[in-house]
Design a binder for this molecule. Structure first.
Ligand SMILES: NC(=O)c1ccc[n+]([C@@H]2O[C@H](COP(=O)([O-])OP(=O)(O)OC[C@H]3O[C@@H](n4cnc5c(N)ncnc54)[C@H](OP(=O)(O)O)[C@@H]3O)[C@@H](O)[C@H]2O)c1
Length: 293
């Protein structure tokens, strides 16, 4: 089976590309510029700006993927608020182009969304009422709505606060930031008034494989099993790595002058994935241990 993964140079896209190739899938890895990682045998890399419709069309027409997994996004909420037109172009318009091309060539389409499409009162179930608190969340919701209306047999995956191992050429995630700061004996302030269900990236990859192999469709929350705050996560990282947890100060989010509003009580409920996909995500502690093995 051939699977096209967009955003292959990004954190999740790169993990997903390597994971699917390791499971025997042929992967067409699509991202901007050069590949930022060593390409295994089953991966073909295509440089592509997704807002360029003819470039996307040519790649799909030539490679004829069975699935298009659309992971790429302008994924930083602050940048989305500061550049709303760019955000709409990359998060909504590019999804529409890609979804139309998937429909044209008969490829199944899986869209990566986010818990940011919801407001407060998480953890949320798949069908809960949406209510994004910032422009990034609005853009991801607009793209979801288009996918739900126009893509037959669509899949939408919603992860939360993704962490995982940092491979060569890859950006770090929150846990590596904590490790780096504490290893240099630097004190850090971490918010303790925002609840999340942090997601180990390899659990997402496993869930995606199940969705494909079990011929599933619809919306799936692929998140971690625990509701915890970033402060709790940082303390767990410190304890697992035998670093000095006393350097971590628990703070309220209002001390950071962030332009973007974020939910205090977010996170996603994973009952559907547990039941339908037999999804068994790692606890945060297990996930962090694996990342630093
Ligand atoms: N990270 C999280 O905690 C989190 C939580 C919930 C949901 N999500 C969702 O999960 C997905 C992956 O997130 P991530 O944090 O792994 O992303 P990321 O590391 O920011 O990577 C995104 C990738 O998409 C590429 N990209 C963006 N727009 C593009 C375009 N128009 N054409 C070609 N490439 C484009 C970027 O290219 P450049 O490298 O050139 O910028 C980057 O390589 C996103 O859809 C995000 O909304 C993420």
């Amino acid at each position: 089976m051939k699977i096209m993964v967009t955003g292959a140079n990004g954190f999740t896209g790169q993990h997903l590309t390597l994971y699917l190739a390791s499971k025997g899938f042929q992967v067409i890895a699509v991202s901007r510029g050069h590949a930022q990682f060593a390409l295994p045998d089953r991966v073909q890399y295509c440089a592509c700006e997704l807002t360029n419709v003819s470039s996307v069309h040519d790649i799909v027409a030539t490679s004829k993927p069975d699935w298009i997994i659309h992971v790429a996004a302008m994924s930083k909420p602050d940048a989305c608020m500061l550049q709303p037109e760019q955000c709409l172009l990359h998060n909504v318009q590019a999804t529409i182009h890609l979804g139309n091309i998937a429909n044209q060539f008969g490829a199944r389409f899986m869209y990566f969304s986010t818990d940011f499409i919801f407001g407060e009162n998480g953890p949320h179930k798949e069908a809960d009422e949406t209510g994004p608190l910032n422009f990034y969340g609005e853009s991801k919701l607009k793209a979801e709505q288009w996918v739900q209306e126009f893509v037959p047999h669509y899949v939408i995956v919603r992860p939360v606060f993704i962490y995982g191992p940092q491979l060569a050429g890859m950006r770090s995630s929150f846990i590596q930031w904590v490790q780096q700061q504490l290893s240099q004996q630097k004190a850090i302030k971490v918010v303790n008034d925002q609840q999340r269900t942090p997601t180990y990236v390899m659990d997402i990859c496993w869930g995606v494989q199940q969705i494909i192999e079990l011929h599933q469709e619809g919306v799936f929350h692929l998140a971690g099993p625990e509701v915890i705050t970033p402060y709790d996560m940082a303390v767990q990282v410190a304890n697992i790595l035998s670093l000095d947890a006393s350097l971590i100060e628990a703070v309220d989010s209002h001390i950071f002058p962030e332009p973007v509003k974020r939910a205090k009580q977010s996170g996603l409920c994973i009952d559907k994935a547990r039941e339908v996909l037999h999804y068994k995500p790692h606890s945060f502690k297990e996930g962090v241990r694996k990342c630093f093995e």
